[in-house]
Ligand binder design. Structure first.
Ligand SMILES: [Zn+2]
Length: 213
């Protein structure tokens, strides 16, 4: 088992399943799960000054500037380090070489798990994604259906199709993601573990865990 602090990054385009996988592994290994998407959505929902700034970028399918992102991440990593934790998983961060360089000043990183997958698979998967507006639980109308209609199993609230889950926005995000993220694979070459995300949830989970522990 794990006897040291694990500082991990999960990389992969939106829809690669890295959030689901990262979350599950974090729970199992008692790591802090730091999801950039969750942090940003929380800021947007609270309509903070930062949140309003962030939502302008997100809704047009653009990336939020590095300076903003790094501020948010440093806060989370500091909190994780000061609590009774066994490490953390960063999800959805870093996305650019600039962010990776900024992160280097905040913390070291032990391993990077990259979930590699096909663009068409992602477009199909993400277009079918629905989110609970109340608890943020994520469903998928193809692979992970709610028990009843389009209602959240936990809250009974009608699920939403997020603006950034629409096909044109997804394709735009994928393009931006690939252009800005591919240099990261070189940056983290010595810590990098590439996993084929099209293998299916259980196989990806097993491979990711093997790579980590
Ligand atoms: Zn819910």
């Amino acid at each position: 088992m794990v006897n040291q602090n694990l500082k991990l990054i999960f990389l992969g385009p939106p829809g690669s399943g890295k959030g689901t996988q990262g979350n599950r592994i974090a729970k199992e290994l008692k790591l802090d799960f730091i999801s950039m998407g969750d942090i940003l959505r929380k800021e947007i929902k609270e309509r903070s000054k930062l949140g309003k700034e962030v939502s302008n970028y997100v809704e047009s399918g653009k990336l939020v500037p590095d300076k903003l992102i790094l501020e948010l991440i440093e806060k989370q990593v500091d909190r994780a380090k000061s609590s009774d934790y066994k490490g953390f998983i960063l999800d959805g961060f870093p996305r650019t070489l600039e962010q990776a360089n900024g992160l280097k000043n905040i913390t070291e990183i032990d391993k990077v798990i990259y979930l590699k997958c096909n663009i068409e698979t992602i477009v199909k998967r993400l277009s079918a994604r629905r989110t609970c507006p109340k608890c943020a639980r994520v469903y998928n109308l193809v692979t992970n259906l709610p028990r009843k209609d389009e209602l959240c199993d936990d809250c009974g609230v009608k699920l939403e199709h997020r603006v950034d889950d629409c096909e044109s926005v997804i394709r735009k995000r994928m393009e931006i993601y690939e252009t800005s993220t591919s240099p990261l694979l070189g940056f983290y070459a010595s810590q990098l573990n590439v996993i084929d995300a099209d293998l299916g949830i259980e196989a990806v989970y097993r491979k990711a865990k093997e790579a980590i522990v």
